[in-house]
Design a protein around this ligand. Structure first.
Ligand SMILES: *[C@@H]1O[C@H](CO)[C@@H](O)[C@H](O)[C@H]1NC(C)=O
Ligand SMILES: *[C@@H]1O[C@H](CO)[C@@H](O)[C@H](O)[C@H]1NC(C)=O
Ligand SMILES: *[C@@H]1O[C@H](CO)[C@@H](O)[C@H](O)[C@H]1NC(C)=O
Length: 178
């Protein structure tokens, strides 16, 4: 008859031991990264290409449904010729039917600089490209960034008539890898 309190006690012990394990193993590190993202959809060597669209995309005022695959360079400075620190590999898609400039971002930031070489961050979220500063969630990572979670603040620095854009990225992540 008194099995319910026992189960609750067991559950609490179990739960507390998980919390304790997390505290012991969870040597979390906070890391800040700063770099520039280059989205180059035009010219003869584009890094972002449209791979899919809906039947109504080209007649939609917002381009709803257009989906772009990117392998965009990430550099230390705003100039494309500055040191390459990684690449943004993944997809963005126009996700709003009624308002312009709302993207779904689904990408991996793949780092190639000395400090983070081979580690990745997974980004999944909304990018409202006409906002001065927008926030995107970092939902995971690998290597040094194992168990990563955090956010990005992104700001467009330049965008030309053909759609090529340079975007400043500030990344804040908590992670457990070394
Ligand atoms: C829609 O526009 C894109 C970009 O200009 C073009 O590549 C594509 O062929 C167009 N699709 C249709 C169905 O006209
Ligand atoms: C990053 O790792 C790759 C593969 O292991 C290696 O070839 C490259 O030299 C490394 N880059 C830096 C900057 O350490
Ligand atoms: C990134 O951080 C730097 C240093 O704090 C700041 O000057 C810059 O405005 C920030 N940019 C964005 C897009 O958050």
């Amino acid at each position: 008859m008194s099995s319910t309190p026992k189960i609750i006690t067991l559950f609490l012990i179990f739960h507390l031991s998980i919390v304790r394990l997390t505290l012991i193993d969870g040597a979390e590190t906070e890391t800040h990264l700063h770099f520039y993202f280059h989205d180059i959809p035009s010219g003869n060597n584009p890094t972002a290409v449209r791979v899919a669209e809906a039947p109504g995309t080209n007649t939609s005022s917002t381009g709803f449904g257009a989906t772009v695959m990117m392998d965009d360079p990430l550099t230390a400075g705003p100039d494309l010729s500055s040191a390459l620190v990684g690449r943004a590999q993944g997809l963005y898609a126009l996700a709003s039917r009624d308002e312009t400039g709302h993207l779904l971002m689904a990408m991996n930031l793949v780092f190639m600089d000395k400090e983070n070489n081979g580690s990745t961050l997974a980004v999944l979220g909304r990018n409202s490209v006409f906002d001065t500063i927008r926030e995107m969630p970092v939902v995971g990572g690998s290597g040094k960034f194992r168990y990563a979670r955090g956010f990005i603040h992104a700001k467009t620095v330049t965008m030309d008539m053909t759609g090529n854009a340079v975007v400043e990225y500030n990344v804040t992540v908590y992670h457990q890898g070394q």
